[in-house]
Design a protein around this ligand. Sequence first.
Ligand code: TYD
Ligand code: MG
Length: 454
Amino acid sequence: MKIKTQFTCTNCTYKTLKWLGCCPECKEWETFEELKSSASSQPATKTFKAGAIQSTRAAQMVPLNQVQSATKARMLSGISEWDRVMGGGIMPSSLLVLTGDPGIGKSTLLLQVCNALAQNYRVYYFSTEESLQQVKQRASRIECMSDNLFFSDQPALDVILATAEQEKPDILIIDSIQNCFIPGAQSLPGSIGQLRESTFQLMRLAKENGITIILTGHITKEGVIAGPKALEHMVDAVFYLQGEDRWHTRVLRSVKNRFGTINELGFFEMDHNGLQEVPNINAQLLSEASHAPGSVLVSVMEGSRPFLLEIQALTIETKMTMPQRVISGLDHKEVVLIAAILEKYLHIKLSSHDIFVKVSGGFKIKSSATDLGIALALLSSYFQQPLPEQSIAIGELSLTGQIKPVNQINAFVKEAEKFGIKQLLVARNQKLDSTKIERKAFQNVFELLSLFKE
Ligand code: TYD
Ligand code: MG
């Protein structure tokens, strides 16, 4: 019998015929071990013969109109920032992942959400990282001691699965999946191999038993959930909890959601009583905006929600041979391009100026609807004249210097109306629902000069 030698990575179960120092899949070093197997024990390639089909059970095919539609109600926690990011509450029987840096507040947020959900659902919380004493300490601090919320510090996956199958809770939490282990598995706990296997088994548990499962996971140094997006494609939804140090704000963001929009943002503030919702983030953003030369308000869509943000620009004659362009929160090339358009058509010498541009609140904007805002911020700083008070700029810019209309403007305008914005700066041919906000329209960049005195 021919003996075939294979090597397998003990971290992620990647297989290769030659020994390798570094695993090409998970990039771990010295993880390959020899795996001997006889050629005959390899699974035979399946060939379908007419006779063989009889022994296999055939699937029963049905037209869709005979499938009962499952219209289960979404699970609402009443914490509206959370519920919105979930896509209007959690979809029952789904498998969700909540991830973020260690210490960002994942366990705190989950505990608060579970406590709220426990009013209507039975919740089983497996704390694989912290002891029950530690969990209790946190729970009593933030007053989350519901009778319908049950805890265990059991980290073995088979025990967790057996408990869930037997007792069928509505919601199962594993905090964190990296600390959960599969007894007897070849790979290490927390390795990609184990994570994949555990997630696969949990997905089956969720779908077969109608249990909603939330897993937490840390982000690795490379900024991904434990390995190269190992979990993201296997689960129904992935949420990131991120820190905005400047405001002590935590942002919950949906990066994948089979049952809702992605990039939906929820805002929380960490205080001594856990995470508190920040229901009106636009009010906070606007209160920080200044009416000064170089400042302009724009609006961008994140998920299903419009945000009102301030772009700040500073242009100053350069002292160097190469002018500087320091840009944060916006696409570097986009800003350079807009500066070039302004220079070309308005004959202003931006190429001999250093340009600094940033977005307030540490936001990162990727939307062409802010082109007009960037152009106006640059002009406003260049001429050292502020833009009209309480105005907002929404429009695209073409390479030929034309101002173009944008989609979804009505959502932006409605939000702007709520906050008492008085003037819209938009494209001449922008279609718009009726609004009480005054409109100032421009066809091309040349007309923008009318906003500034000679
Ligand atoms: P935690 O939820 O344990 O983070 P994670 O699960 O993401 O690792 O939160 C840890 C931090 O939050 C910790 O530094 C203490 C702080 N914290 C508060 O400031 N207030 C509170 O009420 C709680 C419970 C935690
Ligand atoms: Mg934790």
